[in-house]
Design a binder for this molecule. Structure first.
Ligand code: ZN
Length: 189
């Protein structure tokens, strides 16, 4: 095993983690716990790295950076220059077009899910797992049960539309979805 190459991968991942921590430093998760946003990014990156059968450092880096364009105005060009074209392209594959209304962005996520490259689908699925966990553990204070349920159902639509979901991650998503089933009882009028 080549220790030198391994260590370069560690450096690259940490560079991305540091970049993400800095750029998202003012951002908190929506839930009442208001965790630092980097918690979400580290969780998604860990889920992605755990799912991979073969090492894919760029995919772990893209997972750390997956919300930088959408949430904190980083450009594709900056990602390209700092982390390379492969990482920049992966991030763009999981970035919504913020010029569109929210409803349309949500519709497009379902529509486009099956067309996404397999690697982008891994990030998508890990992202939805992290968000579902957050909604179950610490829902936003201003979200009604109905809003939570709507989010969960939409997330399931996106995940079910993926053409090549990682099976381990899919199982984790489905487990959380079943757990969220108890919310339905609360949501009934
Ligand atoms: Zn995310």
């Amino acid at each position: 095993m080549d220790q030198g190459n391994n260590f370069q991968a560690v450096r690259d991942v940490l560079k991305a983690a540091h970049f993400a921590a800095e750029r998202h430093s003012a951002q908190r998760r929506k839930g009442t716990a208001a965790e630092p946003y980097i918690n979400h990014l580290l969780e998604v990156a860990e889920l992605v790295s755990g799912a991979l059968a073969e090492p894919d450092t760029n995919l772990v880096i893209a997972a750390l950076l997956h919300d930088t364009v959408e949430d904190v105005g980083v450009t594709k060009q900056e990602l390209d220059q700092t982390f390379g074209t492969d990482v920049a392209n992966l991030v763009m594959e999981v970035t919504d077009d913020k010029s569109l209304p929210k409803r349309e962005r949500k519709r497009l996520q379902v529509l486009n899910a099956p067309k996404k490259p397999v690697r982008a689908q891994v990030i998508k699925l890990a992202d939805k797992i992290s968000n579902l966990r957050a909604i179950l553990a610490s829902p936003p204070a201003d979200w009604s049960v109905r809003q939570r349920l709507e989010y969960i159902e939409w997330a399931k639509e996106v995940v079910d539309a993926l053409s090549a979901p990682d099976q381990g991650l899919k199982a984790e998503f489905d487990r959380l979805y079943d757990k969220a089933g108890s919310l339905h009882k609360l949501g009934r009028p």
